[in-house]
Write a protein that binds this ligand. Structure first.
Ligand SMILES: [Zn+2]
Length: 107
């Protein structure tokens, strides 16, 4: 599953970038965004929304890092709750998942 790892690594970069963007936006409150960070949709959002998105991004990033760690330990395709293999289609749809469908539904 080298592809999944690659996908997760790409996702990790993307999430870090997004997280930094939200952070930069909060720090530059009221001021203009850097030219290369210019993004109307972000600029128009209020702080509360940014805060929620930043939190969401952080959670997702944590999950991605966790999944990568499991892949590196050779456990990436095993459910971390029951130990059963995670369905390949599920991993394709949700590359950062670390539990099988049954366990996810029981959560
Ligand atoms: Zn399971």
């Amino acid at each position: 599953m080298a592809d999944r790892k690659q996908e997760l690594e790409g996702l990790r970069e993307e999430l870090i970038e997004r997280f930094d963007r939200y952070k930069a936006h909060k720090e530059q409150k009221g001021g203009p965004l850097d030219k290369d960070m210019e993004d109307q949709s972000i600029e128009l959002m209020n702080d509360e929304v940014i805060e929620a998105l930043q939190q969401e991004t952080e959670d997702e990033l944590r999950q991605v890092l966790h999944a990568l760690k499991r892949i590196e330990a050779g456990e990436g395709e095993a459910c971390e709750r029951c130990g059963e293999p995670i369905d390949g289609r599920r991993l394709q749809a949700l590359p950062y998942t670390t539990v099988c469908l049954d366990c996810a539904e029981r959560q």
